[in-house]
Design a protein around this ligand. Structure first.
Ligand code: ADP
Ligand code: MG
Length: 287
């Protein structure tokens, strides 16, 4: 039977905006040893500000339209910010095919032309010759009909409470805080350094993220647990593989909220240490 105090733990968590889907997850959280974070939308706001629009061989409005149309079907935070800057209604009848290329970007057929929008890795994969942008911001490169069409530089911001969240994890005894990201190395390093994370892995594909989590599971002690925190976009497999999967309730995808064991309704990473504290208290009373 489940001790009554477990329900108290779930209730206490819900009061601070954390949805815990079962008492077993509180037990696992009480032994949190490694906490692994996704970057975009988890440690950073994911609502990017577009800082540069650099078309090649076309006018800016035409270029921005192409980018917004290419991104029409994607829910990635990058896609949302491009569509926000474009600001106009999208005529979906012009888009006849779409494909998300996990960890790379998107491929769409617009007015019968193949359009790619994504990172440098995507351009390389598609043999598009392009000029890498000299910036630490996240860059979305565009290609239309096999030709490079320019890039958009977007700057994401670290969430106000991310730094405090990492410190709080240390203070509740979490040994290792790690970041996994599909973003460029320069961008990932900058975020990791600012936040004082113990480890950071960059330029990862979704499958690489699973491999890193497997390694981290091997490295922890037998009693300790591994917690993964993400928004579910391109990281659903790791959410499932971790001992405890935590999803962002606000920004996160419906699939992630469904797949997660715990949901942060306010998207604030500092709630993780708070719920670990609640879990510890609950376990203590229960035993
Ligand atoms: P992260 O959440 O750590 O950024 P993702 O796996 O979600 O990792 O994305 C990895 C990278 O793939 C992004 O940084 C971006 O460069 C590229 N990418 C993914 N989705 C899109 C998209 N819809 N449009 C443009 N680029 C994308
Ligand atoms: Mg992501």
């Amino acid at each position: 039977s489940i001790p009554l105090s477990f329900f108290g733990g779930i209730g206490g968590s819900s009061k601070i905006g954390v949805l815990v889907k079962g008492s077993n997850y509180l037990e696992a959280l009480a032994h949190a040893e490694t906490v692994v974070f996704d970057k975009t939308g988890t440690l950073t706001k994911g609502s990017f500000a577009v800082s540069k629009i650099l078309p090649v061989g076309m006018k800016e409005p035409q270029f921005l339209e192409l980018a917004a149309y290419a991104e029409d079907y994607s829910n990635h935070p990058i896609s949302l910010s491009i569509k926000k800057v474009y600001g106009k209604k999208i005529d979906s009848s012009r888009i006849t095919d779409v494909k998300e290329i996990a960890g790379h970007g998107v491929q769409s057929i617009i007015d019968g032309k193949i359009v790619f929008a994504g990172n440098a890795k995507l351009m390389e994969k598609e043999h598009i010759s392009f000029t890498p942008a000299a910036t630490v911001g996240t860059v979305v490169y565009l290609a239309c009909d096999g030709k490079y069409a320019g890039c958009i530089v977007i700057e994401d911001e670290i969430k106000e409470d991310s730094s405090a969240a990492i410190k709080a994890l240390k203070s509740v005894g979490v040994r290792k805080s790690v970041m996994l990201t599909g973003d460029a190395d320069a961008v990932g390093r900058k975020v990791a350094d600012r936040l004082g994370l113990d480890q950071a892995y960059t330029e990862l594909l979704p499958a690489d993220k699973v491999d890193r989590v497997e390694e981290l599971l091997q490295q922890k002690s037998e009693k300790g647990t591994l917690v993964f925190v993400g928004d579910g976009i391109n990281d659903a497999p790791v959410l499932a593989r971790a001992d405890v999967g935590i999803a962002m309730g606000g920004l996160g995808s419906d699939a992630a909220i469904e797949a997660a064991d715990i949901v942060l309704m306010t998207d604030e990473p500092s709630k993780i240490a708070a719920v670990i504290r609640i879990a510890r208290k609950t376990i203590c009373i229960a035993n």
